[in-house]
Design a protein around this ligand. Sequence first.
Ligand SMILES: C[S@@+](CC[C@H](N)C(=O)[O-])C[C@H]1O[C@@H](n2cnc3c(N)ncnc32)[C@H](O)[C@@H]1O
Length: 300
Amino acid sequence: MLSYSKVEKHIPVMSAEVLNYLDIKKNGIYLDCTLGSGGHSQIMLECFSEIKIIAFDQDQEAIKRCQQNPFFASKNITFINDNFVNFPQYLTELNISQVDGFLFDLGVSSEQLNDDERGFGYRQDAPLDMRMSAENTNSLTAQKIINNYSCQQLAEIFREYGEEKKAKKIAWRICQTRKKEKITTTQQLVSIVASCFSQKSKKHPARRVFQALRIVVNQELINLSQGLETALQKLKSSGRIVVISYHSLEDRIVKQIFKKYNELGHYQILTKKPLIPSFEEITINHRARSAKMRVIARQK
Ligand SMILES: C[S@@+](CC[C@H](N)C(=O)[O-])C[C@H]1O[C@@H](n2cnc3c(N)ncnc32)[C@H](O)[C@@H]1O
C-alpha cells in the first residue's frame, strides 16, 4: 500500500486508496472525470507513466491551470473542458470504445472555494455566482435563485439539497430582506442565514445553504447519476470506478447506483462500507475530512 509521506500545496484526497483501488494496468486508458488541479492525474502518471488519461473539467480555469503545469507537458493526457456527462462523445471522437477505469472526485476544488470572484465560499465576500462552468453567461446563478425563486421553492431547495433544518425560516428571512434590497453577495447571504441561528456551533451556519445552492446551480446530483450510469456501461471487463464524495446526498446516489449494478450481475462492489481518510491524512489535509470513497469493478 502507498502511504502519505509529504505535505504539498495541493493534496489530492485519498490518493493512495485511489491508486490501489483503480488497480491501474500498463497501457490502460483512464478517465479523470473531475480534473481540478490535476492532483490525482499527476500521481497516477507519476506512478504509471505508460497509461493514457482523458481528463475532464467543466471549469475552464482548471483546464488552463493544468495545461500550464509543466508536469503534464510531455505526458499522455488529453484535457477536455466539458461536463463529464458528455464523455461518450469524446470517446467516440478518440476512437475509444471502453475504458479501464474512471475516477470521480466530486464537488468543488480548493481553487474554486478560494476564488474571490466565484462565490463558492462562505468565508470571503464575492458575487453570488457559484457556476462551475461560466461559459453560458445566461445560465442559472445563485443570485438568480436567491432573488427570484419563491419563498417555498427556496425552503424546498435548502431542505432537499442542504438538509437544512431551518430551511423555512432562512427562506422567509431571505424573502423579507430582498423586498428592501437585492441580495448580490455571499456575505449578505451569510449574514441573513447567520441571523436565523441563535446558538453558536463549531460548523459554519451557512454551509448547508451554500451546498444546496451549489448543487442546484450546477445540477450536481443529476450529473452524478447520469455520469455514473454511463461510466458503468463504458467500463472494460475488470475495470474499476472510484468515486470520492463529500456529503451524504452524493454518497447515497453512488451507493444506490452501485447496489443496482451489483444486483444485476457482472459488477462487484469492492467497498461494502465506504472508505474514509486516515486520521493522518485529515491532519495534513482538512479538506479530506468529509470524504467517502466507494469502488465498483466490472467482472464481465
Ligand atoms: C474536488 S475537485 C477535483 C480535484 C482533483 N481530483 C485534484 O486532485 O486536483 C472537483 C473538480 O471537478 C469539477 N467538476 C465537478 N462536477 C463536474 C462535472 N459534472 N463535469 C466536469 N467537471 C466537474 C469541478 O469544476 C472541480 O474542478
